[in-house]
Design a binder for this molecule. Sequence first.
Ligand code: AMP
Length: 213
Amino acid sequence: MRIILFGSPGVGKGTQAKILSERLNIPHISTGDILRSAIDKKTQLGLEAKKLMDKGELVPDDIMIGIIRDTLQEERCANGYILDGFPRTIAQAKELDDLLIELNMNGKKIIVITADEEEIIRRLTNRRACKVCNHIFVLNEIEGRDTCPNCGAKDSFYQRSDDKEEVIRKRLEVFKNTTKPVLNYYEKNNKVIYVNGFGSIEEVAQRIMEKLE
Ligand code: AMP
């Protein structure tokens, strides 16, 4: 199954993508994680991407399309994947359509997770992640702990530098102006599945699984 998971920053795409990836046994491809890994490794891409990401801006389309072109051709993507964070612009969506035709990858499912803006800001400011396994936590789940409950790494929690309130507002603005129009693009030629992102992680995961069946 090929899934495009769509929704505003902070709506829970990453968390749900990880669950879906385990349940459906297909890889979770997060362009944000790929960029953060390049930043950790201090590659040229990482250095350039960091400047934009820290301001809440998008990394240029040609770079992102190159990353997706390489990734989708990896063996692990042969039986499907969950795309999280791509496409984010109409140009990316169009290039992805062409790429999927070229690679003979038919039948994508587009899932949109929805939530209101106040809830999103609250979630993002309370979000922490593990540097080692990328697992995402709500602040109160890890308060007072120094080891990651998911992978056992010590002192590995961090707040993403783009999860500060002023950067969050910028990311939401970029979403409204540049990424939301991608949905209109998809709605013209595809069936788009909407899922309410309000509720517990498991409730939302159940809703997605039901709609996929
Ligand atoms: P995410 O982890 O999906 O919230 O992405 C974090 C940041 O990485 C975004 O705010 C962008 O700066 C950058 N990014 C991730 N995916 C893309 C993409 N498809 N196009 C452009 N920039 C991206």
